[in-house]
Design a protein around this ligand. Structure first.
Ligand code: THU
Length: 134
């Protein structure tokens, strides 16, 4: 499977247009690529009860699970107002659950995207292996 990073970023940009952000006015889009070549999108979905807000990355990840998608190999994140927009700590942890080695692609607008393994964004992450040691 060829990882077309620019296409994934483009899909994340389109997803950001569907963000529901009446409070922050800070749209974010995410596009996940699986080992089966599936592309699954997510956007942030805010709520009048602010802490209930769902981030774009977690929306995409939950959708991938709900759809029975394959293993996540990469995620592109795009936020027009912050280029690049780095995933929040909660999203890093949720993504780590499904593949610590996934590639994270951060849209930097006209500049080259930032590309880094999730393990670099979340070193020494906690997952099922940590539980098995207990
Ligand atoms: N947000 C995301 O969707 N992903 C991130 O990684 C950072 C933050 C959203 C949450 C909220 O709707 C808005 O951006 C401002 O924090």
């Amino acid at each position: 499977m060829i990882l077309d990073r620019l296409a994934l970023i483009q899909t994340a940009r389109e997803a950001a247009r569907r963000a529901y952000v009446p409070y922050s006015h800070f749209p974010v889009g995410a596009a996940i690529l699986t080992d089966r070549g599936e592309i699954i999108t997510g956007c942030n979905v805010e709520n009048a009860s602010y802490p209930l807000t769902l981030c774009a990355e977690r929306t995409a990840m939950a959708t991938a699970v709900a759809q029975g998608a394959g293993r996540v190999v990469a995620i592109a994140v795009s936020a027009p107002k912050a280029q690049p927009c780095s995933p929040c700590g909660a999203c890093r942890q949720v993504l780590y659950e499904f593949n610590p080695d996934m590639e994270v692609i951060l849209d930097a607008g006209d500049a080259d995207p930032l590309i880094l393994p999730l393990t670099e964004l979340l070193p020494l992450g906690f997952n099922h292996l940590s539980l098995e040691k207990a």
